[in-house]
Design a protein around this ligand. Structure first.
Ligand SMILES: [Zn+2]
Length: 489
C-alpha cells in the first residue's frame, strides 16, 4: 500500500507532511515523534501521551509476542485498548533484540501476522541491523538477507496495516543508497533508516548525516522516512533537514530512569541542576531539590514528563520553522550545542547541491548566523544562477555602498556570501539576507567564488571588482583578467 504519504511543504530536505494511517482511519502530521512504550515498564501511562502531543506511539511487538502475561490480552483486546491509547500504534519486530542478543525465535511472516492480529497500524518485519564499521562483506550479506525478508513481508496478508521496510548497510554510503533504492522498490509503506543508534550514542553526527543522506538518495522523495532510535531533541532539527519524517523516543523514559534531564542543548544530570532551565509544567511547579528529595517513582515520572514536553516542544518548533522557511537557522542554532553537532551540520552543508534540490526558491528571510551560513544551499543556488546571467559591455562589481566613478555599462553590487547581485534581483530572496556588519572569511570566500562564476560565464565582458579589504586568498579565486581595486585603502 503506497501513496499514504503526502508532502505539503519543503525547507532544505525537510518536509511538512501527512502520513495517512488507514487502519486507524486517521492522519499523522509529520515530522512526528513516537514515544516508545515498553509494554512492561510504563514510566508515563500511554493513555496520557496524547496530552504531550503524541499522535502515534511505538511499542515492541516482539516483547508482546513472547510475553506470558500480555500476549493473550493483546490478541483479545487489541493493542490500542491494552495500552489505553487512541492514536496510531506502530510495532517493532524484535530486530533490536536480534542485534542485542544475537538470536530471536520468530520469522518475518509470523511476527507480521501477530502484529496484524493485535491491531497494529504499522508493522515491522525482522531485519538485520548491521552495526556501524562492520566489514563490507558482512554488511552486503546481511542486507541481502534483509532484502529477501522485505520481499517476503510484501507477500504477507497484512490487510490495512502499513508495513515498514528498514534500510541497512552499516556505514557504507553506497550500500545505504542501494539499500534505500531496493527498499523503496518493495512497495512497502514506511522506511526506517536502521542501526544508527550506536552512531548517535557515540555522538558521531557527521557519520549519521552521511548514512542518512545516502539512504535518502536511494529512497527518493515519495516515501516517509523514520530515523530509528533517534530520540534526543538536540538532533531532531538536523535529522528533519535531511528529510527524516518520523522519530521514536525511548530516551524520554530511559534517561528519566537514570535521573537525566533532556534539553535541546544536550543532557543534564538531575544531581547537577540547581534550577530547571525550562518552562514546562514540571519545571515551573517543582525544583531540582524537590525532585531529588522525593521518592524514586515520582521523580522518574516527572523527569520523563519534562523530557516529553521538551521533545514535543522541539517537534512543534521544527514544524513552525519548516512552515516559515527558516529550518536551517534552527539547525544552525542547535549545531552550537555540541562540537559533534557542528560536525553533523557541516557534513550536511557539504551536500548543499542535494539540499537545494527540494529547497524552495523563495522563503521569508535569510539570516546569516555563523560562518556555516556561507555554505547554505541558497548560496549554492545563487552561484549556479550567476553562470546563467549575461551582462554586457563593461561591468563594475562593488562590495559596499557607492559604486564610485568610472564609465561602466552596468553597476552590480557584491553581497557576501552570495557574490554579485544583478540589479533586477536585489529585492529577491535570498539576496535580501540579513547579514552581520562584520564579515567573516567564509562569506568573502563565497562571494569571490560568485565573482569567479559570473566572470567565467561571460568571457566577452570587462569586469572591475571594487572590494573592501578582501584577503589575498579570496582574490586568488577571482580570474586574473578582472581589474581589482581595494576601496578600503
Ligand atoms: Zn521542563
Amino acid at each position: 500500500m503506497t501513496g499514504a504519504f503526502e508532502v505539503r511543504e519543503y525547507d532544505a530536505r525537510g518536509r511538512l507532511g501527512e502520513l495517512a494511517v488507514p487502519r486507524r482511519g486517521l492522519t499523522v502530521e509529520t515530522p512526528a515523534l513516537l514515544p516508545v512504550v515498553n509494554p512492561h515498564v510504563q514510566t508515563v501511562p500511554p493513555a496520557r501521551l496524547a496530552d504531550f502531543g503524541a499522535e502515534i506511539l511505538i511499542t515492541n511487538g516482539y516483547i508482546l509476542h513472547g510475553s506470558e502475561d500480555l500476549r493473550e490480552p493483546a490478541l483479545e483486546r487489541g493493542i490500542h485498548d491494552l495500552l489505553g491509547f487512541d492514536g496510531a500504534v506502530m510495532t517493532d519486530s524484535g530486530s533490536f533484540q536480534l542485534a542485542e542478543y544475537g538470536d530471536i525465535d520468530v520469522t518475518t511472516p509470523e511476527i507480521l501476522r501477530f502484529q496484524r492480529d493485535i491491531g497494529s497500524d504499522i508493522g515491522t518485519p525482522v531485519d538485520i541491523p548491521t552495526p556501524p564499521d562492520a566489514d563490507l562483506e558482512r554488511a552486503r550479506r546481511e542486507w541481502g538477507t534483509t532484502r529477501e525478508r522485505l520481499d517476503r513481508a510484501a507477500g504477507v496478508e497484512t490487510g490495512q496495516m502499513l508495513v515498514t521496510a528498514p534500510v541497512q548497510g552499516s556505514t557504507y554510503p553506497e550500500l545505504r543508497q542501494r539499500a534505500g533504492r531496493e527498499a523503496a522498490e518493495t512497495g512497502l509503506d514506511v522506511f526506517p533508516v536502521g542501526a544508527v543508534v550506536p552512531l548517535l550514542n557515540e555522538y558521531r553526527f557527521a557519520d549519521v548525516v552521511e548514512v542518512v543522506v545516502a539512504a535518502k538518495r536511494g529512497l527518493g522523495e515519495a516515501v516517509p522516512v523514520h530515523l530509528f532510535g533517534a530520540g534526543h531533541p538536540m538532533m531532531f532539527a538536523l535529522a528533519v533537514a535531511m528529510g527524516c519524517d518520523l522519530f521514536d523516543s525511548a530516551a524520554y523514559a530511559l534517561y528519566a530512569r537514570d535521573d537525566r534531564y533532556l534539553s535541546v542543548r544536550g543532557t543534564e544530570h538531575l544531581a547537577d541542576l540547581s534550577v530547571f532551565p525550562c518552562s514546562c509544567p514540571v519545571c515551573t511547579e517543582h525544583t531540582p531539590a524537590d525532585l531529588r528529595a522525593g521518592e524514586e517513582e515520582r521523580r522518574h515520572r516527572l523527569l520523563a514528563e519534562h523530557n516529553l514536553h521538551v521533545s514535543f516542544g522541539e517537534i512543534r518548533r521544527i514544524r513552525q520553522a519548516l512552515g516559515r522557511g527558516n529550518l536551517l537557522e534552527l539547525v544552525e542554532t542547535r549545531a552550537r550545542a555540541h562540537p559533534a553537532m557542528l560536525d553533523g551540520y557541516r557534513r550536511l552543508l557539504a551536500e548543499a547541491e542535494w539540499l537545494e534540490g527540494t529547497d524552495p526558491v523563495s522563503k521569508g528571510a535569510f539570516f546569516y548566523l555563523s560562518a556555516e551560513s556561507a555554505s547554505r544551499p541558497e548560496v549554492h543556488r545563487h552561484h549556479q544562477r550567476l553562470t546563467r546571467l549575461d551582462p554586457t559591455g563593461s561591468v563594475v562589481l562593488t562590495d559596499g555602498e557607492a559604486a564610485g566613478d568610472g564609465d561602466f555599462e552596468e553597476r552590480w553590487r557584491v553581497r557576501p556570501p552570495f557574490g554579485p547581485v544583478p540589479p533586477a534581483l536585489s529585492d529577491a530572496y535570498p539576496l535580501t539576507a540579513e547579514l552581520p556588519g562584520q564579515r567573516d572569511r567564509q562569506a568573502i570566500a563565497a562571494a569571490a567564488e560568485g565573482v569567479q562564476r559570473l566572470v567565467e560565464a561571460n568571457p566577452d565582458v570587462a569586469f572591475t571588482l571594487r572590494h573592501r579589504d578582501w584577503s589575498q586568498s579570496a582574490l586568488a579565486v577571482v580570474p586574473e583578467r578582472v581589474t581589482t581595486e581595494d576601496t578600503s585603502r
